[in-house]
Design a protein around this ligand. Structure first.
Ligand SMILES: [Zn+2]
Length: 49
């Protein structure tokens, strides 16, 4: 299971994320509720320590 609370928008950093089915690769896809950007489960996010 994916913890939605850990997902933020890669464009606007919003935590208002809506699940939006799956990508063509079978991975969960999400949509930002604020800027409407679609993005996969794990975009190229690098944790900033
Ligand atoms: Zn956004």
């Amino acid at each position: 299971m994916i913890d939605m609370r850990d997902i933020i928008c890669p464009r606007c950093s919003s935590g208002n994320i809506i699940k939006n089915g799956n990508t063509v690769y079978g991975r969960p896809e999400f949509m930002c509720g604020d800027c409407r950007k679609h993005f996969p489960e794990n975009p190229d996010i690098r944790e900033i320590a």
